[in-house]
Design a binder for this molecule. Structure first.
Ligand code: GLA
Length: 375
């Protein structure tokens, strides 16, 4: 039975007819990692693997949520703050932010997911976007997609992650067959058609799980902000990350750590531009090379990879069926994204990964899908 059917049946038995059913996708990112919060452009797409929410209005001020995958339940009282962890914290922060500005009432929600949790494919943003979308629809708030992006990212900031807008934006704006070239400075995007890609995208989930709030994610953001501030002081300018040049970065000669952090941002911004050209020119082998370079930069200059992600990328690099690969998402665990030939067989790497780390490597295919849908 599909996840969606399962939730619908459970909801119908326990509560009755729903007012709304939505599908909220996860996201993959071709390239443009750890630059969304620097105002860079990124190139992600929404994936088919999704979270499903079934919901109905209540007449009181309780938002009751059942997480069917883990068989847990929580009541959130609108207007009353309480401390939560795990999936509950995303609901609670999103409800806190939305109810501060809008008058809302209670909801019963059941949800379950095909998106692997902690795999760097944005299960946390899917929760935030899901609850915001449901409340918007049920209580006619009239929120624009960009307003929802804003509320969802504020909710994640409330949990302690100073993230960018890539995940929430992709989940809301995703379009089948297309990657989104998101300008994170202006909060706008253009579509990059990847339907003629003769290869396929796969994600290899290391099962090294993480909650970004407990990783040095914020530290990296702090370091590049500091690097930019020092550069601007020294060159007496007010450049943004996207305007910084190699010569500007050279002025950080006495701060090697900050220098390599901002070098990642600089080179990754360039790689995104080149990647779009590769796709437009149908030059997928050059795109693969950019993915490999991105991984090296994330691993060596930005230091947000881990031994498991490095191992997977290293093994894949000697496989002639693989055009390129890199760690994806916030890092410190999660997944590798790889561009592979149709005939790629993941058995060898699954086996060697398990032998090396005693962990399972879960491999799934992903393709560009639509953003949030009302079913
Ligand atoms: C996480 C954050 C995003 C982005 C990526 C790294 O997924 O939520 O905003 O910064 O990490 O590219």
């Amino acid at each position: 039975m599909s996840k969606l059917k399962y939730i619908q049946d459970r909801f119908a038995t326990d509560i009755g007819a729903p007012d709304i059913i939505i599908r909220v996708p996860g996201r993959a990112n071709i390239i443009g990692e750890h630059i969304d919060y620097c105002g860079g452009s990124v190139l992600p797409f929404a994936i088919e693997q999704s979270m499903y929410f079934v919901a109905r209005r209540r007449s009181d001020n309780i938002i009751n949520v059942k997480a069917l995958d883990v068989d847990e339940e929580q009541d959130f009282l609108i207007g009353v703050e309480s401390d939560h962890s795990g999936w509950r914290s995303y609901f609670s922060q999103a409800i806190r932010i939305i109810s501060a500005d809008y008058s809302i009432r209670g909801v019963d929600i059941y949800f379950a997911s095909d998106i692997p949790v902690g795999a760097g494919v944005s299960s946390s943003s899917a929760i935030c976007v899901g609850i915001i979308h449901i409340i918007d629809r049920l209580y006619n708030l009239g929120l624009t997609k960009n307003k929802m992006v804003d509320i969802a990212s504020q909710a994640e900031h409330g949990i302690g992650i100073r993230g960018g807008i890539m995940d929430q934006y992709t989940i809301l704006h995703g379009q089948k067959d297309n990657a989104l070239l998101i300008d994170c400075n202006t909060g706008t995007h253009s579509l990059v058609d990847i339907s003629s890609n003769p290869y396929k995208w796969i994600l290899l989930n290391t099962n090294v799980k993480h909650e970004l709030a407990n990783t040095p994610y914020n530290n990296r953001r702090g370091q590049v902000e500091e690097a930019l501030e020092i550069i601007n002081e020294r060159i007496q300018s007010r450049k943004t990350f996207s305007q910084v040049s190699n010569t500007d970065i050279a002025v950080l000669y006495d701060k090697p750590l900050l220098q390599k952090r901002i070098k990642h941002v600089y080179t990754e911004i360039l790689r995104v531009r080149q990647a779009v050209n590769c796709i437009t020119d149908n030059n997928y082998s050059a795109l693969g090379t950019l993915l490999n370079q991105s991984h090296k930069s994330l691993s060596e200059d930005y230091e947000v990879s881990c031994k498991e992600l490095d191992f997977v990328c290293n093994e894949l690099s000697s496989d002639s069926q693989v055009l390129g690969c890199r760690m994806m998402g916030g890092g410190f665990g999660g997944s590798v994204i790889a561009l592979v030939q149709d005939g790629f067989d993941s058995l060898t790497i699954e086996k060697s990964y398990h032998e090396k780390f005693g962990l399972q490597l879960d491999v799934i295919s992903v393709s560009p899908s639509d953003g949030v849908d009302i079913i």
